[in-house]
Design a protein around this ligand. Sequence first.
Ligand code: SF4
Ligand code: SF4
Length: 290
Amino acid sequence: MASEEAKEYVLPPEVLEETMKASEELWKPVRKIKFRIYKYNPRKDYAPYWEEHELEVSRGMTVLDALLIIKGEADHSLGLRYSCRMGLCGSCAMMINGKQMLACQTRVLEAAGSGDVVELRPLDNFPVERDLAADFTSFFEKHRAVKPWIIRNDDVELNNPTGPYKQTVDEYARYYQFTDCIKCGACLSACPTAATDYEYLGPQALAQAYRYIVDTRDDGLDVRIPVVDTEHGCWRCHFAASCSDVCPRGVDPAQGIQLLKKLLIKRKFGFKPHKPAEALPAKVKAEKKE
Ligand code: SF4
Ligand code: SF4
């Protein structure tokens, strides 16, 4: 029985052959590309320098593939950060020919365009940890500062839950896009404000503050206001939107920041982001009506 079920998933030989051919085409070397790589170990190097490597690249080769070949065959000391290799962990963001991109999601030939050089350096606006790996300490401190979790004041319900929290599709839609953030740092790196104000919270943290504040399950507005409604908070944003332009997940942090500003202004006139009753679990609400 099991083998009959399995048969359903076997590709017909002609499809398999076509797939194999397409795969061979994708991995066939087609061009020589020069990689110009930033090298700097702040613990031992007096100043940064560049290293060059040439590779035969295929149409399917990503910048991360190329870097791992270089690290394995030419420079074992090359410092870079990566993990999932599928655009989900956000670890491999770097400057690729001057733009913030994920190395695992960028094909070498796409980055090179009509040229034959791909220049790689660590994210702008971040201190360098080593070579292509940026130091994310301050980035994550800013992320933590906005308390990126659901804050609730109803300890009784928290400790003895009576049911799931009800949320409508419209309420969910208010923050949904911001949950796609993978904390890659590309937005902060592209932000002109962050380039001139090291203390600026930045697009990632501010958009996350908005994400939690408008979540109907959250009661943390008053806790987050002293963090975001400040000189280095949302009012520093000039709305250039270069943050949204580079986000590899299609998140629009610039929009989140403008919505956060709107919410703070409305609050000064007594508006609340959502009715507290909506943050009660479905079961409790039902019992209250009876
Ligand atoms: S919109 Fe705001 S956060 Fe985004 S890049 Fe511009 S100044 Fe920075
Ligand atoms: S908002 Fe986009 S660019 Fe910024 S950290 Fe999140 S995923 Fe990266």
